[in-house]
Design a protein around this ligand. Structure first.
Ligand SMILES: [Fe+2]
Length: 396
């Protein structure tokens, strides 16, 4: 078989199993079922590599290649044909994504500043054998912090011109990354002197880190509140009601499955939270904060959605949100040169892995997040996002 055929078959193979992996992680499957299916998917994904090693072993030991499972067996021939065909839309999608990732018109300015904490002090910032080993990998950016500043133009009254929103997501407090890293994130967030802080889920993974809540989340400073939703990893602490209570005791405001209202310079800002599909509540949310069965409610000056997963963007459309903040995808965590990320736990795959997107009249920002279950990040640096709002029509 020509090399090009097998190359295309490999691309299609990776495309199929990455899409399966991404879809499984976008669902609310119970953990043991998701982990089991994950093992199967990974086995299928690495099969061509094992096959190649087997061929090389055969060539080294006997001077000839082994009879090929893929090439000779009818099932193998069919599968390789199917994956070769699938390779074409996969390649088109990957290339289009790379070339079409332009900044939406609503983002009028963007800048990024990176700072590494690796040499912050003599004391290690990664704990445990696996995390420490991952920390030794070249170009691992798990301990680098990127402050991403965006200026966005919205159709809001002049009272909201200059509003500063900090977006943080996916802290994943596990104990593997030292508390000092998250305290640095808090310092950077507070340095922006924000009007609002938005946290889009996955705050605490391990019960042992519940005692960190006060010193990390309790230290966040925001003039008009710090709003959060839970993410799928927050369920790992067991009692999520207790987790919410602790977070609220530290000063945070839970927006999951409800509306929250605040007044900023005389302008009304309404914030809703969506924790679907892992926690219910948002499916019963009225279209506006003031809705009653008799009255549809009024449209506030600024309407914000916090959702752990960007997959909820279809759910969001009837609400006419101005802004949507999401996380969950971690920017794919590993982003390859030219290709970009290939894994993201979303039904849209890597389409909304990270970045700012125009979804109809709504601007959606998907954060790369701050940490992860395993501290490994290549070309997907932890993010502190600052959004400064400019009123499009300053006559209002
Ligand atoms: Fe996460």
């Amino acid at each position: 078989m020509p090399l090009l055929y097998w190359g295309l078959a490999f691309v299609g193979h990776v495309g199929i199993w990455c899409a399966t992996f991404n879809f499984l992680h976008s669902t609310a499957l119970v953990r043991w079922a998701r982990k089991t299916s994950e093992i199967f998917v990974l086995c299928f994904l690495v099969f061509p590599v094992l096959f190649l090693l087997w061929q090389i072993f055969g060539w080294l030991t006997s001077g000839s290649v082994n009879p090929t499972l893929i090439g000779d067996h009818p099932a193998g021939r069919t599968y390789s044909f199917v994956t070769t065909v699938i390779a074409f839309p996969t390649l088109v999608f990957w290339c289009l994504r790379k070339f079409s990732s332009t900044r939406p018109d609503g983002v009028i300015d963007f800048s990024q500043h990176r700072e590494s904490m690796k040499s912050d002090s003599g004391r290690p910032l990664l704990h445990g054998r696996v995390a420490s080993l991952l920390g030794l990998l070249p170009m691992n950016e798990s301990l680098t912090i990127s402050t991403d500043r965006s200026t966005i133009e919205l159709d809001v009254p002049r009272a909201l011109d200059g509003l500063r929103i900090v977006h943080l997501s996916d802290f994943h407090l596990t104990g593997k990354v030292d508390r000092r890293f998250f305290e640095k994130i808090v310092d950077q967030s507070n340095a922006f002197d924000p009007d609002l802080i938005i946290i889009s889920g996955d705050l605490v993974d391990k019960r042992e880190c519940l005692s960190w809540i006060d010193s990390i989340f309790g230290s966040l400073q925001s003039k008009h509140g710090c709003y959060f939703v839970l993410g799928n990893h927050d369920a790992r602490v067991g009692d999520t009601e207790d987790l919410c209570r602790r977070l609220q005791d530290s000063g945070l405001i839970h927006a999951g499955g409800r509306w929250r209202k605040t007044d900023i310079n005389g302008a009304s800002v309404h914030i809703a939270g969506n924790e679907l599909p892992w926690f219910s509540g948002a499916e019963y949310l009225p279209l506006s904060a003031d809705s009653t069965p008799e009255e549809p409610g009024t449209q506030p000056d600024l309407k914000i959605l916090i959702s752990h997963s960007p997959d909820q963007l279809e759910w969001a459309k009837p609400f006419n949100f101005d802004l949507m903040f999401a996380g969950h995808n971690h920017g794919g965590q590993i982003s390859f040169p030219l290709v970009g990320p290939i894994i993201a736990p979303s039904r849209y795959g890597v389409r909304y892995a990270a970045g700012t997107f125009q979804i109809g009249p709504m601007l959606m920002h998907v954060s790369r997040g701050i940490s992860a279950e395993k501290p490994i990040r290549w070309n997907s640096v932890p993010e502190v996002g600052l959004f400064t709002i400019r009123a499009a029509d300053k006559t209002r």
